[in-house]
Write a protein that binds this ligand. Structure first.
Ligand code: KIV
Length: 244
């Protein structure tokens, strides 16, 4: 299993693959495919629970999913997403992050520029993945971020500051490719992109998008590598026919 330190040391040597997982079986599948990191994303709210917003999932659900992923992929680095309002102050963030580590995660991911909270986690030996650019927990519109020079500069400064604090990796979501490339060149942390171009240190996708597990429209950067929803409907039609 790759530790946070192994992942940090991989920068400039090889690309890191990360995919979301929410249950033991898909985690097992991802481990069999030798995916480097599994993210128990709060996107579980949307793709697993059929809820509108990632704000609708809480600690109780995320801990159950993290433990399931850990059972399915005991040899893969697991990142647990800190859900909305689970890190309102440093003490609350630490207590919840420790629950994720006890449930089988190896690191936690936090959305947004929260240096005080992130420092507290790092000082208490919790490896942290930052998340900048589009922030689904707080975004009003799911549009590309960092398009104006001022916004691009802000994201760059935030990325540099969090890298200096010691996050071993950061997710950059839906920003221009040249901004993703520039940040990846300048920060020490491993930069994992989703809609941030291919000149970064790794990529992450939501597994339901990557495997075509649902029938919904996906953002243009969410590449589809299989069509399991169609295969599933076809299989279930055959099952129904066999029943008579
Ligand atoms: O929850 C999630 O799936 C995520 C990815 C989009 C990076 O945060």
């Amino acid at each position: 299993m790759l530790t946070a330190q192994d992942i940090a040391q991989s920068k400039n040597n090889r690309k890191i693959s990360m995919i979301t997982a929410y249950d033991a079986n898909f985690a097992r599948m991802a481990q069999a495919a030798e995916i480097d990191m599994l993210l128990v994303g709060d996107s579980a709210a949307n793709v697993l629970l059929g809820l509108e917003s990632t704000r609708d999932v809480g600690m109780a659900e995320m801990l159950i999913l993290t433990a399931a992923v850990s059972r399915g992929a005991p040899d893969t680095h697991i990142v647990a997403d800190m859900p909305w309002e689970s890190e309102q102050n440093p003490e609350m963030a630490l207590s919840n992050a420790q629950k994720f580590l006890q449930a089988g995660a190896h690191s936690v991911k936090l959305e947004g520029f929260k240096p005080e909270i992130i420092s507290h986690l790092l000082q208490n030996d919790v490896p942290v993945v930052a998340h900048l650019g589009l922030l689904p927990q707080s975004a009003e519109k799911f549009t590309q971020q960092g398009q104006s020079p001022e916004e691009a500069e802000r994201i760059k400064q935030e990325a540099q500051a969090l890298s200096k604090l010691g996050v071993f990796a950061m997710v950059l979501e839906h920003i221009p490719s040249d901004l993703g490339a520039e940040i990846a060149r300048h920060v020490k942390s491993v930069v994992i992109g989703i809609g941030a171009g291919d000149q970064v240190d790794g990529q992450v996708l939501v597994i339901h998008d990557a495997l075509g597990l649902h029938p919904f429209k996906v953002p243009p950067f969410a590449q589809k590598f299989a069509d399991l929803y169609a295969a599933g409907v076809e299989g279930l039609r055959k099952y129904k026919a066999s029943v008579g």
